[in-house]
Design a protein around this ligand. Structure first.
Ligand SMILES: Nc1ncnc2c1ncn2[C@@H]1O[C@H](COP(=O)(O)OP(=O)(O)OP(=O)(O)O)[C@@H](O)[C@H]1O
Length: 604
């Protein structure tokens, strides 16, 4: 019975951890848990035990099997037994009943434990308790590593991997002194020789160990981390046991189950695919590795911005474009663009001048390249501690950030989304220093401000992004984002990847969706009729070069910034991508999501 209850309890724990891994909405988890058959069975057992305790039953007879033997002997001696006597004889002599009666007697006599030989009268002083551990070998690794004390030649258990065979046995612990393996004394042997003994052994493996007196605390609480770097144990010469190592890449979620060692932690990847943990370098260890690499890594080519190439036609267009005034240009684009009004609500942030500023700033950045350098603060910590966060309904929505390579369709998706439901989704109204024109209103198309005010805002870090286009300044401010959120709407922002870092605050809790380009083939098929706005003011069709560049820059952007993505959406079929985006947004706002713990600690 005890075993059954333990099994059920471990099922409970497993179910709970599965539910957490699957990010299931809170009430659903509770419902699943409460309606689970095992819980009911467990409660029934509990009630029975309570009843049993209250009634304190005593056995009527402690020797039921003896009595049954007596009855069997008597029945054997009966001449001409009746049908009932014959039936009773066959019942009592059946092995099941015999086993049942024998069990009854063991319980009635409280005869459970094994009978141990009495201790010898004269025990030698200081005798160490020896533990004999017998494990059945299967396909799984043992899940423990050993180390040799170079001074004494003694072999110790170095670590026990969580969820592995040794851990589940609960009989081997870090620090235990290994005395024998399958009858072979191990003192003085090299660890490789011991591993060979283990490999050669069949069936069961017998360890003799002297347990470590101060057992380390194995009941550590799990800590959840997002990896901000890539790691491969096979390329790490410093890992104590590469087979026990766990590879991970940026953006993956890790459940760190053991941090007791300063250099090597034990972790599992989420969602859990295996119960056995793997070795990963601690944060301190990874930092020192990164410092080492800093000196030996070759200079990397910047990959964050797609190469901007022009054909001759485009060059001519640019030159003629330069001659036009910004006002003229914007009017040309504005005429070509869709209506900016939907359901009587003005859709801000889609003006061509604004988009052209961003396009120009891409080009400038590519030339200077200084802003391409990785943000050092983002890379100074290899892991980011995270926790599940569920937005309380009364709180502002999380900021939604759409990110993607130029021309992948970020604007198209954002615009469709806002048009679909302008009272729920909204973009921030940009700021500009360009003069207001007839028919425009400040706070609608743009916040029209003076150059002095704009520069003051820049100095006070009030812009997420800003830049100059044709002599005028353009930018997206944090105040404009706040304005949308304060109205109870979902703010949909489109920024360059390097602008994510300053947005990552507890106040905005940005949810970053990477809009990914589909395969080249799908780009050719889906963008057949699409028109693009190029730097040279023409609405032209995609060329083969555009597709290749788009696919390449999307891939590079994903590789470089994937640690910041909460979701990746492939913009293949436009309709389908819109539907997917809507459901992602709903999940982002209404279901628990992993966020950095620093966001909940330092609520601004
Ligand atoms: N899934 C799709 N299927 C077909 N056409 C698409 C799809 N997604 C976007 N487009 C079209 O591709 C063109 C480029 O899209 P869009 O302007 O939204 O890209 P963008 O990434 O916002 O570019 P930019 O950075 O230049 O503003 C547009 O004409 C748009 O209608």
């Amino acid at each position: 019975m005890e075993d059954g209850v333990t099994e059920m309890l471990s099922d409970v724990v497993q179910d709970v951890s599965h539910a957490v891994c699957r990010n299931i909405y809170g009430s659903q988890v509770l419902h699943e848990l409460l309606s689970a058959p095992w819980l009911h069975a467990l409660l029934k057992i509990y009630e029975r035990l309570l009843q049993f305790e209250r009634s304190t039953p005593t056995p009527v007879l402690p020797y039921a099997s003896g009595l049954s033997l007596e009855i069997l002997t008597t029945l054997q001696n009966v001449h001409g037994p009746s049908a009932e006597a014959r039936e009773l004889y066959s019942l009592l002599s059946s092995p099941h009943i015999q086993a049942l009666l024998s069990s009854h007697d063991s319980v009635a006599q409280s005869d459970y434990g094994p009978v141990l030989a009495p201790l010898p009268d004269e025990m030698p002083e200081g005798e160490e308790a020896m533990r004999i551990v017998c494990l059945v070998k299967n396909n799984q690794p043992l899940g423990a590593t050993i180390r040799r004390d170079e001074d004494t030649g003694e072999i110790y258990i170095a670590r026990v991997i969580h969820g592995g065979l040794a851990d589940r046995s609960r009989l081997l612990h870090p620090g235990d002194l290994l005395v024998e393996v399958n009858g072979n004394p191990v003192v003085g042997l090299e660890p490789e020789q011991i591993i060979q003994i283990l490999i050669n052994s069949q069936g069961t493996i017998l360890f003799k160990v002297i347990p470590e007196k101060a057992q380390s605390n194995s009941g550590q609480k799990s800590v959840y981390m997002r990896a901000l770097v890539d790691y491969s144990p096979l390329q790490d010469s410093s890992i104590p046991c590469p087979d026990a190592g766990m590879a991970f890449s940026r953006g993956e979620l890790l459940e760190v189950v053991d941090q007791s060692d300063a250099h090597w932690w034990q972790a599992r990847k989420l969602p859990c695919s295996t119960s056995c943990a793997g070795l990963i370098p601690s944060a301190g260890m990874l930092k020192s590795k990164q410092r080492e690499q800093w000196w030996c890594q070759p200079l990397q080519v910047h990959t964050c911005i797609r190469p901007l190439t022009y054909d001759n036609n485009e060059k001519d267009q640019i030159q003629s474009d330069e001659k036009r005034t910004a006002t003229e240009l914007e009017q040309i684009y504005f005429e070509k663009a869709d209506s900016d009004i939907s359901d009587g609500i003005y859709l801000a942030g889609f003006r061509q001048s604004f988009r052209l500023w961003r396009r120009t700033s891409y080009r400038k950045r590519r030339q200077s390249c200084t802003s391409c350098a990785p943000n050092t603060s983002a890379y100074s910590t290899p892991y980011e501690e995270v926790a599940l966060y569920q937005r309380p309904p009364q709180e502002d929505h999380r900021l939604i950030v759409l990110l993607g390579a130029t021309r992948v369709g970020v604007n198209e998706l954002r615009k469709r989304l806002i048009k679909l439901n302008p009272s729920t989704f909204q973009g921030p109204v940009p700021h500009t220093t360009r003069p207001i024109r007839a028919g425009e209103e400040t706070g609608r198309e743009y916040h029209f401000v003076t150059k002095e005010l704009f520069e003051y805002m820049v100095c006070n870090h009030r812009f997420v992004e800003y830049g100059e286009y044709k002599g005028h300044l353009y930018g997206t401010s944090t105040d404009a984002i706040d304005e949308v959120l304060k109205r109870g709407r979902m703010c949909i922002l489109d920024v360059e990847p390097h602008s994510i870092q300053p947005l990552r605050t507890g106040k905005l809790k940005p949810y970053v969706i990477f809009i990914k380009a589909p395969s080249l083939d799908r780009l050719r098929q889906t963008r057949r009729n699409a028109r693009i706005i190029t730097n040279c003011s023409v609405n032209r069709a995609f060329t083969e070069d555009d597709f290749v560049e788009l696919e390449e820059s999307s891939r590079l952007m994903e590789a470089k910034y994937k640690q910041f993505f909460d979701e990746v959406l492939v913009n293949d079929d436009l309709q389908h991508a819109c539907v997917q985006l809507c459901s992602i947004l709903q999940r982002a706002q209404d279901e628990p999501q992993w966020i950095p713990v620093s966001w909940s600690r330092a609520e601004e």
